[in-house]
Design a protein around this ligand. Structure first.
Ligand code: NDP
Length: 611
């Protein structure tokens, strides 16, 4: 540690630094002191570097005694402190902070008004929500004379904060002492890094909950696969008749899975299709993605057709569905172990907000590295869009062939054709608009760990194909009116889903797009705005609404005799409700009072007038 004799704080000290333009203090690490400018360089927990004046830095102990005495008192502050939960603390602090830095108004999105809104917004790091700040600090700041609230006069003083973002190659700006810059470039195990503490409330029932999910999710996949083969499948038949243990594992099935992933990987890296830019990362960097998903799905279709023409029996997928599922599960587990290990050696600006609880199982499940890449091969993007999604269509097609074989049909049933076409449309649309995934939660916010790896590789292809799997042994004839009603429902759902996703994606990519100028927006302190009219003014998640209507259209062709083919609908409602609540928490942390304003303006989450 380098000693700086003439200054109050030394390099490496953990102190409390004031956030620019506010009276809020966060824990920061002192990186250095510039004697010429008399400024300290400090780093916040999310990697933001700032230069602060001496008066904007306090020792951590300046905050502690006040909070202890407050907890003994009978002031209202004590009551707040007792009822505090981690989630509540974070929200409260972030919304207060956002309120301090943002003026929330609803504005027309003409380019000029947007420009104006931008200009009014203070230049702050968007990721400030990541700093851990407790209520204690906040209350202390109001009570302790030493940490008085900043006055208007102070705020209007000459600029004294110098925001120092990391450059794209991860280096700090040139004023940073070289020795320390070098030190920071070395990958550090997350657990060992002083700044690696849990930065978001835990999801999925926390450290205990993930044990349940880790066991339940794979078991559930195997359960529904076993159920689908029964003459009288039921979601309440537990346990299903179990085959011999050795029939779960099959080397040939593992080979098929690996070959499929390899084939998709080759298509993924071919220099075909356009390069799309991802959203800006914490470092300001934007990653490039080769979005050639449509090419991949069409090439795969040709390859599968050629294989069938050459005599490959695709009904193998139906007869070995369980073994293929187990093999894919194994692959996703090994991949997640690799992802967890490598996430511990990545620099802070490549990590997601969550997945750093310090609990191995939780972090393994949740994932911590945002965009794990091997050279230019983006593992998360690949898994999200290719082997599982395209594999799902191949499975559906194989089930159609199996239905003909099992039921002695010359062509697949109407119900099977609908399920196949509907889901094919969903996947092809996703791959055609592959770029849109770059603005979704999974890509922008979630670390890549077991949750996504398992979801992408196992859950999607093996449970989303359940309707087709079910129809192989459970025919459900459909009359013309039913066919027409189901097709109409699918098209309505698809329209809402596609239009709303495209609207948000286009807005995020180009907020000044003249085609979107008629939409109203709410500016936020982060520089991004929120759409508050158009599809996103109807409900807060119009894309979920469209998706749910489509899900209904996928289950209806299977009739009402069994619950199994309705599993997707039930699961999807739960998934989207939970996803909505996760996203709401994230957005409230990010946008603070601007998000609250959005929620007040657009009251319903997914279904207008209902939810
Ligand atoms: P969204 O695509 O809705 O992404 C949410 C993000 O959008 C927010 O974090 C926020 O990010 C931004 N946002 C929210 N509100 C607004 C607004 N008013 N104006 C502008 N931006 C806004 O969610 P998902 O990633 O969950 O879903 C994407 C699609 O994938 C959906 O259609 C969903 O149905 C589908 N999906 C399908 C699944 C399946 O298994 N079939 C599973 C999960 C999702 P920011 O502000 O940072 O840009």
């Amino acid at each position: 540690m380098r000693i700086m004799p003439s200054v109050r704080f030394q390099s490496g000290d953990m102190v409390m630094g004031r956030w620019p333009g506010s009276s809020l203090y966060y824990e920061v690490k002192v990186l250095g002191f510039d004697g010429k400018s008399q400024l300290y360089t400090v780093i916040y927990k999310d990697g933001t570097e700032l230069e602060l004046m001496d008066q904007d830095i306090k020792t951590s102990s300046a905050f502690r005694p006040a909070s202890r005495s407050r907890s003994r008192s009978h002031s209202p502050g004590r009551r707040r402190s007792r009822s505090r939960s981690p989630a509540r603390t974070t929200r409260r602090s972030s919304s207060r902070k956002a309120a301090a830095v943002a003026t929330v108004t609803i504005a027309e999105t003409t380019p000029s008004s947007r420009r104006e809104a931008r200009l009014k917004e203070p230049v702050v790091n968007n990721s400030n929500n990541k700093h851990e700040k407790t209520e204690d600090n906040n209350d202390t700041a109001n009570k302790n004379p030493e940490t008085k609230v900043e006055t208007e006069l102070e705020r209007n003083q000459a600029p004294r904060y110098n925001l120092r973002r990391r450059t794209t190659d991860g280096k700090a700006s040139e004023t940073k002492p070289q020795q320390e810059a070098d030190e920071e470039e070395k990958p550090k195990p997350a657990a060992a890094a002083p700044l690696a503490t849990c930065t978001t409330p835990l999801d999925f029932g926390g450290k205990i909950g993930v044990y349940f999910w880790l066991l339940f999710l794979p078991a559930w996949v195997l359960f529904v696969i076993l159920q689908g083969n029964l003459e009288d499948p039921s979601l309440v038949n537990f346990p299903p008749p179990l085959p011999a243990l050795d029939s779960f594992l099959d080397a040939q099935a593992l080979g098929v899975v690996l070959l499929w992933i390899l084939f998709q990987a080759v298509l993924f890296v071919l220099p075909v299709g356009k390069l799309s830019e991802g959203m800006p990362l914490k470092s300001g960097e934007r990653l490039n993605y080769r979005t050639n998903g449509f090419f991949a799905v069409t090439t795969s279709a040709v390859a599968v057709a050629a294989a069938v023409y050459l005599g490959v029996d695709l009904t193998y997928i139906h007869s070995h569905f369980l073994q293929l599922g187990v093999a894919t599960l194994l692959v996703s587990f090994l991949l997640s172990v690799y992802l967890y290990v490598r996430s511990r050696y990545r620099p802070a600006d490549q990590l997601a907000l969550g997945g750093n609880s310090g609990n191995v199982v939780y972090d393994f499940f949740k994932g911590h590295e945002l965009n794990p890449r091997i050279k230019n091969f983006d593992l998360k993007f690949f898994c999200e869009m290719r082997p599982g999604l395209i594999g799902w269509c191949v499975i559906n097609f194989a089930m159609a062939l199996a239905e003909m074989k099992v039921q002695g049909l010359e062509a697949p049933s109407h119900a099977m054709i609908l399920v196949n076409l509907f889901q094919l449309l969903y996947v092809v649309d996703g791959l055609w608009n592959e770029e849109a995934i770059l603005t979704t939660m999974d890509l922008m916010h979630d670390g890549f760990g077991f949750m996504l790896a398992f979801g992408d590789l196992v859950w999607v292809p093996f449970t989303y194909s359940l309707q087709a799997y079910y129809l192989v042994g459970h025919p459900n004839p459909l009359g013309l009116p039913a066919l027409a009603a189901i097709i109409t429902m699918k098209l309505v759902g698809f329209y809402i889903f596609r239009m709303s996703n495209s609207q948000k994606n286009n807005f995020r990519r180009n907020p000044t797009d003249p085609k979107l100028a008629h939409l109203k927006t709410i500016p936020t302190a982060t520089g991004k705005s929120l759409l508050v009219s158009g599809w996103w003014g109807m409900v807060r998640h119009p894309n979920y609404l469209g998706d749910l209507i489509m899900a209904l259209a996928w289950s209806l062709p299977c009739g009402f005799s069994h619950l199994l083919p309705w599993y997707y609908m039930i699961y999807f409602i739960i998934l989207l409700v939970h996803r909505n609540s996760r996203d709401t928490d994230d957005c409230r942390r990010k946008y603070g009072s601007a998000w609250d304003e959005y929620c007040r303006t657009v009251r319903y989450r997914i279904i207008p007038g209902v939810y």
